[in-house]
Ligand binder design. Structure first.
Ligand code: TNX
Length: 538
């Protein structure tokens, strides 16, 4: 079976190559000025780049073909075609039997080459007549086409041809991620963000090869995910937010829509239900859950650490079981985040008792538990994961327990920290984090944590001070672009002086996507030349 599909795709490839070879003499030769694939503004920086100094002319006679051996490759081809359409207005056919006049092709190929190590590895071969993306899995192919998208110039080179043409530098790129987990977190609890806002964030993150979006779904100020067996959580607990606005929540259908949207971009959603602290919204909805001895009321402020569940009550565990069961059923990814941070009014023993029990509930539903670094003080399995935000000691405990660690140190990786004293939004309790500080540190050897214990890097965006997508983008961009490189590229390939030039050149893309990034003065932003007003935003 596998053999016959392999033979089929090989035959298809040969047919295409022969076809193109016959076409070649009909295509007008275009002499491009020499190019340099090595100095393109790619972020994250690929592992290896070998330039061959010529160019592939992307134009209306280019067609996309994908391996037939794995049907999901066609989805990657269609995604690329859509993105090319919104950038260039060219509508390239995908796997069309009769594609009309085809001079050049982009082939997205399932390959079993031994050089492709992990599922996200890819090779990109760009010659004058063809572009081949090789990957073992469609996930790898998807990462590869992000690199290709970044190589397509924002404007066409009209002077060289009668029809607009986008020259892509030739050469070879061999690439794979340094860390398998490359994430950002969005706090939709302090301020709620709509499905469309989250989709827009997902789109831009995917362009930079980020593959995890952690949603902080519950906190003192709001419960944002429908739980069918406990409906008041959203009816009552979702009714407000910081500052007293109307709040909101995702229905399970909304959440599924986000999961599917992220999945199409090979990104996993990690849902977080923060417990036993940060639970005021849950306790207002169902006062039986409350354990801080006070009558809970809706909360619209920004203090932390005042709420807790009554962790010795059985009802708590029926509640947690229902919540985890319902969330697990709509979360295809392997992880459930249970929060566990800043439970300042939960007694230490009660906290440990709670986390131990919740770990088992998460496992009962076939998931792995993630918690903020405090959870490492409980008696956890090595399969659970600690997210380092504040305490080195907690992380040491996690490593001793054989747990993996996600790096989100607040002093380096918190997207809600202000850039400097003049920043419009954000907090500064951990640090001011200008764009260079965000980039210039090494997750490979951070705080002496052994590299084999590090799952990856995640940049959390807490939303106490931001209430709409423009403000979200002001804090997230450009810093999250740097975190994508910190988690994908190797230490040898990272360099601030080189990065800041590549970052400056993201401006035309960010402008076209209507991303309101913070125009840091450390960066000499490239002025956007984009003028195709009629082209839809993708
Ligand atoms: C600390 S980080 C918190 C959040 C706040 C954030 C603000 C963490 C696990 N807890 O509750 O939103 O600081 O920067």
């Amino acid at each position: 079976m596998i053999k016959s599909t392999l033979i089929k795709s090989f035959v298809l490839l040969i047919a295409l190559v022969t076809f193109l070879a016959c076409q070649e003499n009909k295509v007008k030769e275009i002499n491009f000025p020499p190019t340099d694939l090595g100095s393109e503004n790619l972020i994250p920086k690929p592992l290896k780049i070998i330039p061959t100094h010529n160019a592939f002319g992307l134009d209306h006679t280019t067609a996309i073909y994908t391996s037939q051996s794995d049907k999901s490759f066609e989805g990657v081809g269609s995604y690329l075609a859509d993105k090319i359409k919104s950038k260039t207005n060219l509508r390239l056919p995908v796997n069309a039997a009769d594609a009309g006049k085809v001079s050049r092709m982009i082939f997205i190929n399932q390959s079993d080459s031994e050089e492709l190590e992990g599922p996200e590895a890819y090779q990109l071969y760009i010659s004058k007549d063809s572009i081949i993306v090789n990957a073992k899995t469609s996930e790898g192919a998807f990462r590869g086409i992000q690199t290709l998208r970044q190589l397509i110039p924002e404007t066409s080179n009209d002077t060289l041809a009668e029809m607009p043409l986008w020259p892509i530098p030739t050469g070879k790129i061999l690439d794979e991620p340094n860390f398998e987990f490359r994430g950002s977190m969005l706090d939709v609890a302090r301020h709620f963000f709509s499905v469309d806002d989250v989709k827009k964030y997902i789109d831009i993150l995917a362009y930079y090869k980020i593959n995890v979006l952690h949603l902080h779904l519950t906190d003192d100020q709001g419960w944002r995910i429908e739980i069918k067996s406990w409906p008041k959580l959203t009816e009552v607990g979702g009714s407000t937010e910081v500052g007293g606005e109307a709040g909101g929540f995702f229905t399970q259908e909304d959440y599924k829509e986000l999961v599917a949207y992220a999945q199409q971009r090979y990104m996993m959603i990690i849902p977080e239900i923060d417990m036993p602290g940060h639970t005021n919204a849950a306790s207002v909805s169902y006062p039986i859950l409350n354990g801080n001895g006070k009558t809970p009321e809706l909360y619209e402020g920004t203090s932390v650490g005042f709420s807790t569940f009554d962790t010795r009550k059985d009802t708590i565990y029926s509640f947690v079981d229902d919540v985890i069961r319902e969330i697990s059923a709509i979360t295809p990814g392997p992880y459930i985040h249970i929060g566990g941070d800043e439970s300042h009014v939960t007694k230490k023993n009660d906290y440990i008792y709670f986390v131990n029990k919740v770990e088992k509930i998460v496992q009962k539903y076939g998931k792995q538990m993630i918690g903020w670094d405090e959870v490492a003080t409980a008696d956890l399995d090595s399969t659970s994961i600690a997210q380092f935000w504040a305490s080195r000691e907690n992380v040491e405990e996690a490593v001793q327990k054989g747990m993996k660690v996600i790096l989100s140190p607040a002093t380096k990786a918190y997207l809600d920290m202000q850039y400097d004293t003049l920043s419009k939004y954000g907090l500064h309790w951990a640090a001011y984090i200008p764009v260079d500080t965000a980039y210039v540190w090494s997750p490979d050897s951070y705080a002496g944590i052994p590299k084999e214990s590090i799952l990856g890097v995640e940049a959390p965006l807490w939303s106490e001070t931001i209430s709409n997508i423009d403000e979200l983008e002001y804090l997230a961009f450009p810093r999250v672009i740097g975190y994508s490189e910190l988690s994908w590229s190797t230490e040898e390939n990272r360099n601030w002086d080189d990065f800041k030039v590549r970052l400056a050149n993201q401006a035309p893309y960010l402008d076209r996507m209507n991303v309101k990034y913070y125009p840091s003065e450390l960066i000499d932003w490239k002025k956007s030349k984009f003028s195709y007003k009629e082209i839809e935003k993708d």
